[in-house]
Design a protein around this ligand. Sequence first.
Ligand code: GLU
Length: 293
Amino acid sequence: MTSAGRFAPSPSGELHVGNLRTAMLAWLFARSTGRNFLLRVEDLDRARAGAEAGQLRDLGAVGVNWDGGVVRQTDRGAGYADAIGRLTDAGLTYECFCTRREIQEAPSAPHAPQGAYPGTCRNLDPAEVAFKRSMRPAAVRLRSGVTEYTVSDILHGAFTGIVDDFVLRRNDGVTAYNLAVVVDDAAQGIDQVVRGDDLLPSTPRQAYLASLLDMPVPEYVHVPLVVNADGVRLAKRDGAVTLGDLALAGVSVARVRDHLLASLGLPAGTLDQALAAFRPDSLPREAWVWPGA
Ligand code: GLU
């Protein structure tokens, strides 16, 4: 399989300039290293009708093109079930019946890191499981053998983060993001993951899971986010931040693209032109404040 990078948006609404900048970076990293570039729509959750088409159109408009067709996570259920089945056969999963509230209120296990699942359902006996199953549907959790794991990131170096008994399948039957992303990246031959640095804390869980599934761990590049004037991650409520809104404010797509390229220290023009000047080492390491339209 040819090595590849990817962009994996959740079709929850329109992409904003922060999402577009991350997509441009993912494209530049992949193309500058001779990789294919794939697009995966992460529609297991939060999918809004019409959002996907708008996102693909906006990516194309700023010059982010991709190889082959679009993969949708809602078509990938068999791959997720197979992975959870393999982990279960190896004794690496358990059913969890906890509500969010029960987890919040449970005393944390000794030495467990803050925010880690306290392990309430880890060692239930079969009779307890049978009783709880009759009360509410179970989520499936990983029986983790570690409490932390270290990944290596091109921009951040070694990063160690919490690995708890995280959820693989929610109790509504939806596959959890951490499982889906690992299975899909492996199935698509993705060996370079470029995404926003808000996802760095989840990465040790994903890399550990990949190791348990005998799947290769990709190269990670967690890039700085675009933030608003208060230093908070950019969101729709921050005014004209989508191509659609910016067009209404009289700002052309080319101008938005050039502005995003300038924020990366790259010359104005097409992404192909930017590629020639792209040097990962000289990328800004700080979040970029969106100056507004
Ligand atoms: N779908 C995720 C998001 O839009 C990105 C996941 C990833 O890049 O691994 O936040």
